[in-house]
Write a protein that binds this ligand. Structure first.
Ligand SMILES: Nc1nc(=O)c2c([nH]1)NC[C@@H]1CN(c3ccc(C(=O)N[C@@H](CCC(=O)O)C(=O)O)cc3)C=[N+]21
Length: 283
């Protein structure tokens, strides 16, 4: 089998177009504030792409850049100001944060109604209990792509590789809510390759370049590659060895151009959702 390539860039473009059309009909611009402390390289391209996409879709968006030495108290004070600002619908604090700042303290300080990353424990709890809330952008984007690939989810064996708070766990919740039979595999799992091979839907989110080899892929599986790893050569690689996997999968996402652009589109989708929930449809 040679896999169909799931074009995340094109799907994201369509989603952003649909958001732009909805925003054009509003009496206000949904407001997004991204806070960046220091200059972690993983965040650089992301912040630039986000700013461009948000402006093009009609959001009132800005990135607030703080020095790497910022104290936790100063960052919490900024979050409190953004929480109180009625023009701000979505707040995203770029992770990772410098070591003097406790990540959990900052996430917990964000108003859950403005938590467009969906990382606040209230939103994680709403997702786990199948109530409406803000859903983390990357797993949400992966679900869009699975639907796009025509995956039939009900009853399907899905394996999520990785158990992070940001991707693996919420991804498993979304697949379960879609009636998949879900396995979460991770670094302590015995025989990872065998677990993955059983998957009809495989979502790889471990952050290790090309760790998933071709013989880990079941014939006809749908493979969603969340990894965006920068190699020493400067090239980007996913968590999946793409060419090997594509020889066995029915469909697969590329890196770049797969999940990454969907993360950004879903951030904008969440910001619009948060705005409509906070202000009502008329604004
Ligand atoms: N609070 C928080 N939320 C995040 O969602 C978050 C974060 N912090 N910190 C950094 C990581 C990284 N991240 C990316 C999203 C999209 C691309 C993306 O669009 N990548 C392009 C390629 C970019 C390139 O060429 O380097 C693609 O995959 O096609 C990359 C990286 C979100 N993150």
């Amino acid at each position: 089998m040679t896999a169909r390539i799931i074009d995340g860039k094109a799907v994201a473009e369509r989603l952003r177009g649909a958001l732009a059309a909805r925003i054009a009909g509003l009496s206000f611009q949904p407001g997004l504030r991204v806070v960046r402390v220091g200059d972690d390289p993983a965040s650089g391209v992301y912040v630039r792409n986000k700013d461009r996409a948000a402006a093009a879709a009609g959001f009132d968006s800005a990135t607030l850049q703080l020095p790497a030495e910022t104290t936790e108290a100063d960052l919490l004070a900024l979050v409190a100001r953004l929480n109180a600002d009625p023009a701000v619908d979505g707040i995203l604090v770029q992770l990772p944060l410098p070591p003097q700042i406790r990540q959990e303290a900052v996430i917990a300080a964000i108003d859950p109604a403005k938590d467009v990353d969906g990382f606040h424990p209230v939103n994680a709890g709403l997702l786990a209990t199948q109530q409406p809330g803000l859903v983390p952008c990357t797993p949400k984007g992966c679900m869009h792509l699975l639907r796009e690939a025509g995956a039939s989810l009900s009853g399907a064996r899905a394996v999520v590789l990785g158990r992070s708070q940001i991707v693996g766990r919420p991804m498993a919740q979304l697949l379960l809510a879609a009636d998949c039979t879900v396995t979460i595999a991770h670094s302590r799992t015995r025989d990872l390759a065998a677990e993955c091979r059983r998957a009809e839907i495989l979502v790889a989110a471990v952050g290790r370049p090309e760790m998933v080899r071709g013989d880990w892929i079941g014939e006809g599986a749908i493979v969603i590659d969340v990894g965006i790893n920068r190699l020493p050569s400067g090239k980007l690689a996913g968590d999946v060895a793409f060419a090997e996997a594509a020889a066995r999968a029915a469909a697969i996402t590329p890196v770049p151009g797969g999940v990454g652009p969907m993360t950004i589109a879903c951030l904008l989708e969440n910001t619009l959702e948060a705005a409509l929930r906070r202000r009502g449809p008329a604004g």
